[in-house]
Design a binder for this molecule. Structure first.
Ligand code: MLC
Ligand code: AMP
Length: 499
């Protein structure tokens, strides 16, 4: 199929952003109506639209007492709870730039983010982090995410402009340490608005949201989409198949968003038939195996809707809400999003109001990541695509060195750099190998130091655990005499996988 004939977006409606053109403006406009409607439920109780708006303004007033000003960075990390949703939205309404951080990070990973983004305040719910942050930068004011009130004046809220930075999300450490992708208020609004239209998300919906709120899937789609559409969500601290299935009836859930590992675990559950009642089940962040998609269709009678997104672009492409959701494909471009496949390489390039502004403090990375034609600037996704005969986009590979395990990204270099410091390891390289449960799993190939026994898997995991989040640790180790390298000495990871 010729790309010029490709359906450039799904959904009937013209893509027009809500007038404020900011995420906070559009969400507050929705939440200010029908104020007694419930918005979120979590283990601590529930909160209405009105209470949510009140709590975010009280928290913003408290943040102001700490001396924060518009444009300052605030690091936020906690479980998927109402407190976290309030903290996130309070900061955005105040005009702060939220730096969401994965709660599984170890000190060394956190240190990089702190040194790069220089937040003034950290709202965190992880025991050891307070001590770590204090030793990294004692000037950062640290507190937990729980309710905070101030008698002081509420600062001016919702005064941000569409182009104001709203988030810095750390990603892609292929060349060195992770870079901070800066997303504006308009980017976040466009991302949430496009899926709201495409998936016919209305205020009658109730989402079961157990994804972490520090990545695009849980935050940019689940949380922002709920706030924008004025629907409601059950917030859960972590995924348990049993609880998802029980909540469908008891909590009248209509939508579930998950990564393929969650669908893999759900289909094995004896009560999976309960999922039949859902209006919409969406999978993303990693490829959903076509066989699993078909199994859901055959055994449960639901067509999981697979979509494709990225930190830098929020959501890009989605299978249609109406019409065939084709296994093994990600579908058509979302409203407002323009895509093209680079001639020759097949790399997916994207342009649209959802595409981020650039990397924090990294003009060098910006110039590598964008390609301009006479009219537009295109972001290079690093993913390789093909259109099938029906015009559905298939992701057929990645240009970037990246392992996606259970929806979390692992950059092989980052793991290599830690494991190579083990005294009994002479050479090491990790790569992702196919795994039924995780999609890909991290495997380490090691060459032991001369005259040393190769360390065991457990020894290697214990060693790596101090510096790497647990999901980055190898699940398997292969001992070898030499690593395959090209003429320049670069490890050929593809050959490792085939070894
Ligand atoms: C946990 N472990 C993982 C892992 N998650 N290992 C590899 N990959 C993962 N993703 C580790 C644990 O630390 C533990 O190790 C062991 O595996 C078993 O843990 P578990 O209890 O079975 O895992 P669980 O807590 O149930 O977590 C699995 C999961 C979680 C799938 C629920 O990984 C998850 O929430 N993934 C979603 C990530 C996500 O939101 N991605 C979106 C990115 S945004 P040990 O050593 O401690 O025993 C994006 C854009 C887009 O990509 O398009 O959406
Ligand atoms: P992140 O940088 O964490 O946002 O991860 C984004 C990457 O996840 C994309 O560049 C893709 O490689 C991958 N991804 C997201 N959704 C899908 C999907 N449905 N199928 C395949 N890969 C996906």
């Amino acid at each position: 199929m010729n790309l010029d004939e490709w359906p450039q977006h799904i959904g009937e409606e013209e893509f027009v952003l809500p007038v404020t053109e900011t995420l906070v403006g559009a969400c507050v406009a929705t939440l200010s109506q029908d104020s007694s409607r419930p918005l979120f439920y979590d283990a601590s109780g529930s909160i209405t639209r009105k209470e949510f708006l009140e709590r975010t303004s009280h928290l913003a007033a408290w943040l102001k007492t700490l001396g924060l000003c518009k444009g300052d960075r605030i690091l936020i990390s906690g479980s998927t709870t109402i407190d976290l949703a309030v903290a996130h939205m309070a900061a955005l309404r105040f005009g702060l730039i939220v730096v969401p951080v994965n709660g599984l990070y170890q000190k060394n990973e956190l240190e990089h983010v702190i040194n790069d983004a220089s937040p003034k305040v950290a709202l965190i719910d992880h025991g050891e982090w307070g001590k770590w942050i204090n030793s990294i930068n004692p000037k950062i004011f640290v507190s937990d995410t729980s309710a905070k009130f101030s008698d002081g004046l509420v600062p001016e809220l919702d005064q941000v402009k569409p182009e104001d930075p709203a988030l810095i999300v750390y990603t892609s450490g292929t060349t060195g340490r992770p870079k901070g992708a800066v997303l504006s208020q308009r980017n976040l609004l466009a991302g949430a608005h496009s899926v709201r239209l495409a998936w016919k998300w209305t205020e009658e919906d109730r989402l079961y949201l157990c994804l972490p709120l520090f990545h695009m899937h849980g935050m940019g789609v689940g949380l922002h989409g709920t706030l924008l559409s004025g629907s409601s969500a059950i917030l859960e601290e972590g995924f348990r198949a049993e609880e998802v299935l029980n909540a469908i009836e008891s909590k009248q859930v209509s939508m579930f968003f998950g990564v393929p590992t969650m669908y893999h675990r759900l289909i094995e559950h004896p009560q999976i038939q309960k999922m039949k009642k859902m209006r919409l089940c969406v999978s993303g962040s990693a490829p959903l195996p076509a066989s699993l998609h078909r199994q859901f269709n055959k055994d449960v009678g639901i067509q999981v809707l697979e979509r494709y997104g990225m930190t830098e672009t929020v959501m890009l492409v989605s299978n249609p809400y109406e019409g065939e959701r084709r296994p093994g494909t990600v579908g058509f471009s979302l409203p407002g999003v323009r895509l093209k496949l680079e001639e020759g390489s097949g790399e997916i390039l994207v342009n649209g109001p959802n595409v981020f502004e650039g990397y924090w403090n990294r003009p060098d990375a910006d110039s590598e990541s964008f390609s301009s034609d006479s009219v537009s600037r295109w972001f290079r996704t690093g993913d390789l695509g093909e259109l099938d005969e029906g015009g559905y986009l298939k992701i057929v590979g990645r240009k970037k060195e990246l392992i996606i395990s259970g929806g979390y990204n692992v950059y092989p270099r980052e793991v290599d750099d830690v494991l190579i410091t083990h005294p009994d390891i002479e050479e090491v390289a990790v790569a992702g190998v196919p795994s039924k449960e995780w999609g890909e799993e991290v495997v380490a190939w090691i060459v032991p130091s001369p005259n040393q026994e190769a360390p065991s898997l457990e020894e290697i995991r214990d060693f790596g655990r101090q510096d790497l989040a647990a999901y980055k640790l190898p699940k398997r180790v292969v001992v070898t005499d030499a690593l395959p390298r090209n003429a320049l000495g670069k490890v050929l990871r593809q050959e490792l996988r085939e070894k």
